[in-house]
Design a protein. Structure first.
Lengths: 496, 455
């Protein structure tokens, strides 16, 4: 009998504790994140006409209708939070990064969203929302779509998060250039884009040969980086930095195509020989800079086609031949004459945060941090080029900050197919994804090595784009992607 | 495909595996012992699909006030079916674009002893609102289908039960309104029936149940047909504006009817999607043309290849030309056999009939066999029992499949479901609430020509 009483008392106590530890006050007693509390209070989940307040636990735990999952999640997150409370300094936690989709996915439960929002088509729903929600229902499982894929600011207000197409085009201050940049010899020059306020510093990259790929013994190397091949390249000019927002918006302002021209029509127009004006991007959805800032920060989230079209536009504006670098040109430029894993000395394993013991022993960023923006020092966002030192060629951010498009199609065994001593190789004849190089602000040290290769993931990078046809200009599900341009050396300069 | 995983999960083997510890024998016996001892793997489990009760007459209950929006032949016929299906129905309001239509309907109703009065007969493009706001419980919507989404939307907003004649949209925008409104109707517990009356036709319903039980195995393809002679048409009369002519001749105009693949053939496309367990095509490629139609801007024949997610194909074929072979039927092929609606029979792969609808038995058991009446029985039963019924979602998907076939033929391109569902396409010539009887830009209404000319 007493056993039963103890059992009941325990159960009652347990229930009281369970309930008490799910209140907002309890959550906030450990979660010393003033900004998150404030942004929650400003969000539609608190500040709304109906007066409904949605508590922390309503989104950050599975719904009460799934007690097993809720208890498991509560235990897991509770232990994690307690450890953080005891051993971490709240002020040193990057709360902003925790609000990014990549992290939010792990702490917001979609079942909880839909347990309250049972009807995705309430009365008065807009046609755009119906399109998006029909798409969500069709592809929720296939693409692992979550409500917060599109409604990231529902629980925590973010003034930079826009659930609409961009309306105004930022214009860089400064004089409008009337002529293209002066180029009289094979030396660094500044390209000025006529009719805009944008300029691009171009570095003269001398021709030469180098060993492309990584040796078999390079730490953290992947198989697609070999076999190594000696490659010979002609001289070219390469932009000192990744294409900036100021430069990209100059292009956008002149070529922006409002409305939805069918992709076929855009491709057909832009590929005409007698073209005098290209059709450029449609307005991006949301804030394409992710709220990180524009200006000299690298432009991001444009598609490979958009990057190519930028080059086409720049060529038309300047009368010079601009294009994306080939993969060989890119790696040659990134190495700047060196043959270490990076363009400076150092062991990738030392800089990496991956591996068994790295949870305890932090990555050693000394020597890396002033050269490369990567996971260990980026704060999960891009940075202006001024933050890093240039490589021996004078180029910045070749490694890290944003992944850069190359003109080559990606193939895992591209180097095996390459002739030893190949001159100006341009990759496989055909393919489905393009090469991207250099890694990004979110990459581990392993992926920002000079030889590290990666590629576009076209479908995955568009999975939450509900438009049909999907945008040919902007990716919806990748952030750290950008590009830099190369300029071919004009004939008259070669002849000098 | 969604269905596959569910089938695998609920399949007999899984059931046996799960239940073996508890009791093996009863489970085994429930899975075997069907025709020739062959084990049937259900496409869907009972309870996962809807089988209507096909009672002869609706249950007795509270008196219901009904209105009619669109007093043409089908609307008037639907009201006859409703009155046949249930007692205690009062027809209290009606609407049409033209007064001669409401006058005709008023007279018919008065002849039947209905209390409908001239004050409650509303005329004009906004007359539907007056019917819905007149205090009706239920409304039959049978205007040309381009208006259906807007009428449905308003009725659901006001909490009125709907009978929507098929098709229920003619364009992508209308489809989206239907899908959203269907969800709102569900939330309000409304009963919505859609005029795809094969869902209430005894032999179809019986076959549907057999197919879901696994009698023809996994669906591997199908053919659906609506080939018949030319429909009616109206030459333009003196004094008719463009709008009046178009509406009076609506089955020949794209913007009003959606073309005959949507307006009529949706029935057969719908049967395949329904029988296959509520799936929808992912791609369509097809041809169509206009050979002998007299008025309007529509085609009079379509032949469409629909492709589904798991690679199966369904061929849809419709024609409205006099003097050609007729065929209005559906055929579904499965891994174990096939079903067709000509014989209302299921055959094994050798062509032997292994099941056939027993018409004599049905006649002995029931008095009412008219599917047009039975769908109203089901509708009224749901209303009187306070139960939700949503046929709009399924009919909406079938309608979009029809639209998809049409667009494939009009353009000559392979079109996708995603493209159709998100497409910026609105066939209404102006805002739904601002339409007037008057001039239209008829130069926009041309017969589509696929592809492009050789340059």
């Amino acid at each position: 009998m007493s056993g039963v009483a103890v059992g009941i008392a325990f159960a009652a106590g347990f229930h009281a504790t369970y309930a008490k530890t799910s209140t907002n006050e309890y959550c906030m007693s450990c979660h010393v994140h003033t900004d998150a509390d404030a942004s929650w209070k400003q969000s539609v989940h608190v500040s709304n006409r109906s007066g409904t307040v949605t508590d922390c636990a309503a989104c950050h735990l599975p719904p009460e209708s799934m007690p097993g999952r809720r208890f498991a999640a509560k235990t897991r997150l509770g232990v994690k939070d307690m450890m953080a409370y005891m051993f971490k300094d709240s002020e040193k936690i990057d709360w902003e990064a925790k609000g990014e989709l990549e992290h939010a996915r792990k702490i917001v439960f979609n079942e909880s969203c839909v347990s309250c929002h049972a009807n995705l088509y309430p009365e008065g729903v807009s046609d755009e929302a119906v399109v998006a929600h029909l798409y969500y229902e069709e592809y929720e499982k296939k693409y692992k779509l979550q409500c917060i894929s599109c409604h990231l600011d529902a629980g925590h207000y973010n003034p930079d998060y826009r659930h609409e197409s961009m309306k105004t085009v930022p214009v860089a201050a400064g004089p409008v250039y009337e002529t293209r940049g002066e180029l009289t010899s094979f030396a660094d020059f500044t390209e000025t884009i006529p009719g805009t306020t944008a300029a691009i510093k171009m570095i003269a990259i001398p021709g030469g040969s180098f060993i492309m790929g990584s040796p078999a013994g390079e730490p953290l190397r992947k198989a697609d980086e070999g076999p190594q091949r000696t490659v010979e390249l002609s001289p070219f000019f390469m932009a000192e930095v990744e294409t900036t927002w100021d430069q990209f918006w100059a292009f956008y302002r002149e070529t922006m195509s409002e409305g939805r021209t069918a992709p076929e029509t855009v491709y057909a127009n832009n590929s005409r020989d007698d073209i005098d004006a290209v059709s450029g991007p449609t307005p991006p959805f949301g804030a394409p800079d992710q709220g990180w800032g524009m200006g000299a920060r690298p432009a991001i989230t444009m598609t490979h086609y958009a990057a190519q079209t930028f080059c086409q536009w720049l060529s038309l504006k300047t009368g010079r031949k601009y294009r994306l670098p080939t993969e060989a040109e890119w790696e040659y430029a990134a190495r700047g004459g060196t043959s270490y894993p990076y363009f400076f000395e150092g062991n990738p394993k030392k800089f990496s945060s991956e591996g068994l013991l790295k949870g305890i022993f932090k990555a050693d960023t000394a020597g890396m941090a002033r050269n490369v923006i990567y996971a260990a020092n980026s704060g999960n966002k891009t940075h202006e080029p001024a933050r890093v030192a240039a490589n021996p060629f004078g180029l910045k951010n070749m490694l890290g900050n944003v992944m850069e498009y190359c003109s080559d199609w990606y193939s895992e065994d591209a180097y095996a197919a390459l002739q030893e001593g190949a001159v100006n190789p341009s990759g496989p004849q055909s393919g489905t994804e393009h090469v991207v190089r250099g890694g990004s602000y979110a990459s581990d040290a392993a992926d920002v090595r000079c030889a590290a290769r990666s590629h576009t993931e076209h479908d995955a990078w568009l999975r939450t784009d509900p438009q049909n046809p999907k945008s040919i200009w902007w990716y919806s599900d990748v952030k750290g992607i950008g590009f830099r341009v190369v300029c071919e050396v004009p004939q008259e300069i070669i002849e000098q | 495909m969604k269905k596959l995983s569910r089938r695998e999960f609920f399949g007999c083997s899984a059931a046996i595996g799960g239940a073996a510890i508890v009791a093996t024998t009863p489970v085994l016996s429930s899975c075997s012992g069907k025709e020739k001892g062959a084990r049937l793997i259900p496409l869907q489990q009972p309870g996962e699909y809807y089988i209507p009760e096909l009672a002869d007459k609706a249950v007795e209950g509270r008196e219901l006030k009904a209105g009619l929006i669109g007093c043409g032949g089908r609307g008037t016929g639907a009201i006859d079916n409703l009155l046949e299906a249930a007692d205690g129905i009062k027809i209290t309001a009606c609407a049409d674009t033209f007064k001669d239509k409401t006058d005709e309907f008023l007279k018919k109703m008065q002849d039947k002893g209905q209390a409908l009065t001239a004050e409650n007969c509303f005329v004009g493009f906004d007359a539907y609102k007056k019917v819905i706001d007149s205090g009706v419980d239920m409304v039959v919507v049978a205007t040309p289908p381009v208006f259906r989404p807007y009428h449905f939307q308003y009725a659901v907003q006001k909490g009125v039960h709907c009978f929507l004649e098929k098709p229920i949209a003619v364009d992508a925008k209308g489809y989206r309104i239907i899908m959203a409104t269907a969800k709102q109707a569900q939330a309000k517990g409304l009963a919505v029936v859609t005029g795809t009356q094969r869902h209430h036709q005894r032999p179809y319903v019986a076959a549907f149940e057999k197919i879901q039980q696994g009698y023809i195995g996994e669906i591997t393809g199908g053919n659906v047909y609506w080939n018949q002679g030319m429909l009616w048409y109206k030459e333009r009369q003196k004094g008719w504006s463009d709008m009046e002519w178009n509406i009076r001749d609506w089955v020949n105009w794209k913007w009003l009817s959606g073309d005959h693949i949507v307006e009529q053939h949706v029935h057969n496309i719908d049967v395949f999607l329904w029988m296959a367990g509520g799936i929808h095509p992912v791609k369509a490629t097809g041809v169509g043309s206009r050979q002998r139609r007299i008025t309007g801007d529509q085609y009079d024949n379509f032949s469409i290849d629909f492709e589904f997610e798991n690679g199966i194909h369904m061929h849809s074929f419709c024609r409205q030309i006099d003097g050609c072979s007729s065929n209005v039927s559906e055929y579904v092929q499965g891994t174990k056999g096939s079903w067709n609606s000509v014989e209302h029979a299921i055959k094994d792969l050798q062509g032997n009939i292994i099941w056939q609808f027993d018409e004599e038995a049905a006649k002995a058991e029931f008095l009412q066999h008219d599917p047009y009446t039975l769908e109203h029985v089901d509708w009224v039963n749901h209303i009187r029992k306070g139960e939700m019924l949503d046929e709009a979602t399924q009919c909406g998907m079938s309608t979009l499949a029809g639209i998809m076939g049409r667009e494939a033929a009009y353009t000559g391109r392979t079109v996708t479901w995603d493209e159709m569902s998100a497409m910026d396409q609105d066939y209404l010539p102006g805002d739904a609430d601002s339409l007037k009887i008057g001039p239209l830009d008829l130069s926009k209404y041309t017969v589509p020509v696929p592809g492009e000319a050789r340059k």
